[in-house]
Design a protein around this ligand. Structure first.
Ligand SMILES: Cc1cc2nc3c(=O)[nH]c(=O)nc-3n(C[C@H](O)[C@H](O)[C@H](O)COP(=O)(O)OP(=O)(O)OC[C@H]3O[C@@H](n4cnc5c(N)ncnc54)[C@H](O)[C@@H]3O)c2cc1C
Length: 356
């Protein structure tokens, strides 16, 4: 279906609705296509790619087998091409699955359709696969100093494109992996990079901390530890930041800064999914060894699941998606084997000719 003509999809009953257009949701729709099942994807964000697009599009990923290294945004593009260019998968962005209900299948009273209620209308399918990641996520704000008036005027929480920081004097706030990673990653883009952290010591990977300290020794990074923001000023946009020493408030430093990048982590919440009556443990959906949730006709995969031995990785999410799809397809058409045939023998069986 043409992506411009999504309205028609509200009248269709698909085999699988995939909630989440992160890497695992995209791969679930791909596996569905390979099993000749019809699917659609919905995501509350305005773009494909989940965490990869929102949180770290320009970071290298080194542990997706088959890619010695790949930029997060490029992996999303490969998944988009593999899924959306080969199969007819309507993608509803800016669309949140708010509630779930069931209704009898008019063609088979023994069976039910799952109905997802979104702000844009109801979407019907025979099964649902939840690849909702961390659910809705939002960056943590700076405690102790309200930066809201500077948001969009020099204060950033996410690096969408590194180019935004081109030639800028960037102050990064935080002491974890993301803060340290961005110090290193912005060295080739920003004019100056400073890092302020309110505590002594960083909570980041040893290797990255080593790189940050080496960059500081070379004079490439100005470290302000343990310092916190006292005041931000500027004429319409961030121009200066005053920091104070965490253990001696009278000790202040003033920096010329035109971008502040806060890397304090993210608050995550299952959002509407937590009220669907599924078994939830520590904010994740409990699944069995075949990715089945406690709701009939609903499977889950990727970061949102919890089970014994769970790994929150892209590679394992892909495999969980394959398992979930195999089960969903077998549920819809019991005559279909759970084990797929090898793609080396079948090619891409569900591919739509000329699908853009
Ligand atoms: C900084 C950082 C670096 C990382 N580096 C690596 C790495 O090197 N290697 C690795 O394997 N992993 C890495 N990860 C983890 C990896 O990003 C996750 O494992 C992966 O994104 C999980 O994919 P997913 O599709 O399950 O979830 P997500 O990417 O979180 O996507 C879930 C999507 O579901 C949507 N959604 C949720 N609820 C709803 C709803 N009710 N309705 C509609 N849409 C909904 C969300 O909007 C989101 O787009 C990293 C993570 C971070 C934050």
């Amino acid at each position: 279906m043409d992506q411009k003509d999504l309205g028609r999809d509200f009248d269709e009953v698909r085999d699988i609705t995939v909630i989440g257009a992160g890497p695992v949701g995209l791969s679930a729709a791909f596996w569905a296509g390979m099993r000749e099942a019809t699917s659609r994807i919905i995501d509350s964000l305005p773009e494909l790619g989940g965490q990869l697009t929102t949180l770290y599009p320009e970071k290298w990923i080194y542990d997706v087998p088959g890619f010695p290294r790949v930029l997060a945004k490029d992996l999303v593009e490969q998944l988009r091409e593999q899924t959306l260019e080969q199969f007819d998968v309507p993608v509803h962005l800016d669309t949140t699955a708010e509630t779930i209900s069931r209704e009898p299948d008019p063609d088979d009273p023994e069976r039910e359709h799952v109905v997802l209620h979104t702000e844009r209308g109801e979407l019907r399918s025979r099964t649902v696969i939840i690849a909702g990641g961390h659910g809705a996520f939002e960056p943590k704000k700076l405690p102790g100093y309200d930066l809201s008036e500077w948001e969009g005027r020099g204060v950033h929480y996410i690096v969408g494109e590194k180019a935004v920081f081109e030639g800028k004097k960037v102050l990064i706030i935080g002491g974890g992996d993301s803060a340290c990673d961005w110090v290193i990653n912005l060295l080739d883009t920003a004019d100056q990079v400073s890092l302020a952290h309110r505590r002594e010591g960083f909570r980041a990977h040893e290797l990255t901390v080593g790189q940050v300290l080496e960059a500081a020794d070379r004079g490439d990074v100005a470290l302000h530890v343990p310092f916190q923001i006292k005041e931000v000023s500027g004429n319409g946009a961030v121009e200066r930041v005053r920091l104070f020493h965490s253990e001696d408030e009278a000790h202040e430093v003033e920096l010329e800064v035109d971008a502040i990048l806060l890397q304090l982590g993210f608050k995550t919440a299952l959002g509407p999914l937590k009220d669907w009556g599924m078994e939830i443990e520590k904010g994740s959906i409990v699944v069995d060894q075949v990715m089945k949730t406690s709701l009939p006709g609903v499977w889950a995969c990727g970061d949102i699941t919890v089970f014994d031995g769970k790994l929150k990785l892209i590679a394992t999410g892909f495999a969980e998606a394959a398992v979930a799809v195999a089960q969903a397809v077998h549920h819809i058409r019991p005559e279909m084997k759970i084990q797929p045939k090898y793609s080396t023998n079948t090619g891409v069986p569900g591919a739509v000719e000329g699908q853009p």
